[in-house]
Design a protein around this ligand. Structure first.
Ligand code: ZN
Length: 269
């Protein structure tokens, strides 16, 4: 009987979800996850990653304090802009994964930010890495991952959650995320949005916001297509849109911090 009531409730909720989406043309998000779900998912993915050091050799904070100091400085500068939604809500954390041949970075829902040594070593200055980090942080704050997950798991997830039939669903999703992070590619539209937000954030920091455009130019010039471009749509058009966003945010000029970036690289194994 209880189940039937829950199902009826679900049938009532469903059209509301559709109406909410339809009435909000600016926000095409159909995200059914809560902010707490984003945080829980991110922490569970982080636990999965920590539990698989063979696949994800994360550098220890106690062993490499200087490297983390450099990386955290970038994250904190972006958070200090007060422009990142959930800046004080998500448990923002950085991680460095050993992997010199992997030119990639990724973020879980809820602000867990991962950078391979390969991407840090490939870049020339801190403004470029700040561009990458701002893009990843925008994915978190715009909640692109759980938006994609809602589309991916679809109605069956809605039913399972509303009927309370599958409380371990979040665990399952976290495991899926950790095992196939590369599969969760963002749409072109999400990347444009993340780039636009990244430029907005960076325009309020000391970093030159066009470090993000330089990053894509550098990625395009690599002899081997980097992993970053397989989890992110092609940089075509992105550079133009980044330049437009930069102008729209007042064409702010900043520093590249090339010298400081060399000490960051030197602090890596
Ligand atoms: Zn991205």
């Amino acid at each position: 009987m209880k189940r039937i009531i829950k199902f009826l409730l679900f049938m009532m909720v469903l059209p509301m979800l559709v109406i909410t989406t339809a009435c909000n043309p600016d926000d095409k998000s159909i995200n059914i996850f809560t902010i707490q779900d984003d945080i829980a998912l991110g922490q569970q993915v982080a636990a999965e990653i920590a539990g698989d050091p063979a696949k994800f050799p994360v550098l220890s904070r106690t062993q490499y304090p200087a490297a983390y100091e450099h990386l955290d400085r970038i994250m904190n500068a972006i958070l200090a802009t007060k422009l990142v939604t959930y800046d004080t809500v998500f448990p923002w954390t950085t991680y460095i994964i050993k992997g010199d041949s992997v030119v990639n970075a990724f973020a879980t829902p809820g602000g867990q930010l991962y950078f391979y040594t390969g991407i840090i070593k490939e870049l020339e200055n801190e403004a470029q890495l700040a561009g990458v980090m701002a893009n990843e942080m925008a994915h978190c704050s715009r909640r692109h991952s759980t938006d994609q997950l809602t589309r991916y798991y679809g109605l069956s997830l809605l039913v399972a959650i509303v009927l309370g039939e599958n409380p371990s669903m979040l665990n399952q999703i976290a495991a899926d995320l950790a095992s196939g992070l590369a599969a969760l590619a963002f749409s072109r539209q999400m990347e444009y949005e993340a780039d636009a937000y990244a430029i907005k954030y960076l325009s309020s920091t000391d970093y030159h916001p066009l470090g993000l455009a330089d990053f894509f130019i550098r990625m395009e010039g690599l002899p081997q297509p980097p992993t970053f471009l397989s989890t992110h749509p092609s940089p075509e058009d992105r550079i133009d849109k980044i330049n437009e966003a930069w102008a729209a945010n007042g064409s702010k000029v900043g520093d590249y911090f090339e010298v400081r970036y060399q000490s960051f690289k030197a602090a890596l194994p």
